[in-house]
Design a protein around this ligand. Structure first.
Ligand SMILES: *Cc1c(COP(=O)(O)O)cnc(C)c1O
Length: 417
């Protein structure tokens, strides 16, 4: 994708990104990002943008946010050295444990941050979209915490596939709105939530779940998730005695990855995002957006997307519901184009194998999404012996047990080899 920006421009843009100057005032990360939304949505986005500008870096808001992260989310999350995995891989492996955050994944950092912002902006209720249900659960919990009613838009196909998460959202006090339109999955749920938002932009706050969509969401979500990389960077210095040679994170919309990578951009660290390679390279067989996609507009942002030659957005497949998205955050598109971050993909079976290996070696049942990062880190370690590696462990795998039961655990696989 490096052809998307000129060689000279790449360095200028990357320097601007490292200095924290992106997105620009139009919400653009170089050629990517921006706001491509229907006229009816413009006032809602402008209102949100103003609110973000006024409150996000206000000390009182930051105090409240940091306090919730500490007392309710359980931050800082641990940095864990992985001795047996290190020995197996011939590397020094460190794991940033977002699985230990409240509700079991990084998504809660963003959810509680935006819920606090909604409160500050005087919203009367919150809406959110969800695919697999993980963001819906985080949003429902955060709304309960700040005392605002929550409606989660979810496609009926996903409601059926992710029934336990529907139950979790209801128990946390949210209303789940069944979306029958479009593909009846995440894409339709986002469209429907945006439609609801337009009806009352002052009373409703739309709590988006990843670093995607129109400005200011990619920026807002990055700022809220950067706590992952800020903590990990300091913990590596304190516990490992220095920064890693390489850091890995899985990429769906890209929120946990940008949260880990952004605070490491200026450092001499190889950054590698791992997408879902699904069952293969064929049309609709994967969700490897950056690895195989082309530029286009999805959900209001110019970014890299999976589309056919007519610009129709393509169906995706991944064993992990959280990576099953046909777009990616615009900042990742820029980081790829500048060459600062490398994006690769691994297939379903490789992710499963990595998940089993991690369970047996370290006693950590990771999420299927996260397992993609391990699968590639392991390949990297084999080619680059002796490196110090940091892996963003975006979430825990308990939610994946219904899927995992189709692939029985290998008894006695903890052979120490
Ligand atoms: C939702 C989810 C992801 C993918 O979302 P990003 O925005 O790309 O981080 C990754 N890991 C886990 C555990 C998730 O729940």
């Amino acid at each position: 994708m490096s052809a998307l920006i000129a060689a000279g421009e790449a360095k200028t843009l990357l320097d601007a990104a490292i200095r924290g100057e992106l997105p620009d005032e139009r919400g653009r990360f170089g050629p990517f990002g921006g706001r491509y939304v229907p006229e009816t949505l413009v006032p809602a986005f402008e209102r949100l943008e103003k609110g973000v500008r006024e409150h996000l870096h206000d000390p009182a808001f930051q105090d409240a946010f940091q306090r919730e992260l500490r007392e309710w989310v359980g931050r800082p999350t641990a940095l864990t050295f992985a001795p047996r995995l290190s020995e197996k891989w011939g590397a020094e492996v460190w794991i940033k444990r977002e699985d230990l955050a409240h509700t079991g994944a990084h998504k809660i950092n963003n959810a509680i941050g935006q819920a606090l912002l909604a409160k500050r902006l005087g919203a009367k209720r919150i809406i959110a979209e969800t695919g697999a249900g993980q963001h819906g659960v985080a949003a429902a919990a955060a709304c309960a915490r700040v005392g605002l009613p929550c409606s989660v838009y979810m496609g009926t196909v996903d409601m059926e596939r992710q029934a336990p998460n529907v139950d979790r959202m209801l128990r946390l006090g949210a209303e789940v709105v069944a979306v029958e339109s479009g593909d009846k999955t995440l894409r339709a749920a986002i469209d429907e939530a945006l439609r609801a938002w337009v009806t009352d932009p002052a009373g409703i706050y739309y709590l988006l779940g990843s670093a995607v969509g129109a400005h200011p969401y990619p920026y807002l979500v990055r700022e809220l998730q950067s706590v992952i990389g800020q903590e990990a960077r300091q913990q590596m210095i304190d516990q490992a005695g220095g920064l890693p040679d390489a850091a890995f994170a899985c990429v769906g919309g890209g929120s946990n990855a940008i949260g880990l990578f952004y605070p490491l951009l200026a450092d001499d660290i190889e950054l590698i995002g791992v997408e879902a390679g699904g069952t293969g390279d064929g049309l609709g067989q994967n969700a490897a957006t950056l690895a195989t996609g082309t530029p286009g507009v999805l959900h209001g942002a110019y970014t890299i997307i999976l589309q056919n030659e007519d610009g129709q957005v393509r169906e995706t497949h991944s064993i992990s519901a959280g990576l099953d998205y046909s777009g990616v955050g615009p900042e990742h598109a820029l980081l790829q184009a500048t060459g600062r971050v490398k994006y690769v993909s691994v297939q379903d079976d490789e992710a499963l194998e990595a998940l089993h290996e991690l369970c047996a070696a370290e006693g950590i049942l990771t999420a299927l999404e996260t397992a993609h990062a391990y699968a590639h880190a392991r390949k990297y370690a084999a080619l680059n012996p002796g490196k110090r590696i940091l892996i963003g462990n975006s979430g825990r795998g308990d939610k994946d047990l219904p899927t995992l039961t189709q692939y029985p655990a290998q008894m006695g696989s903890h052979d120490g080899a």
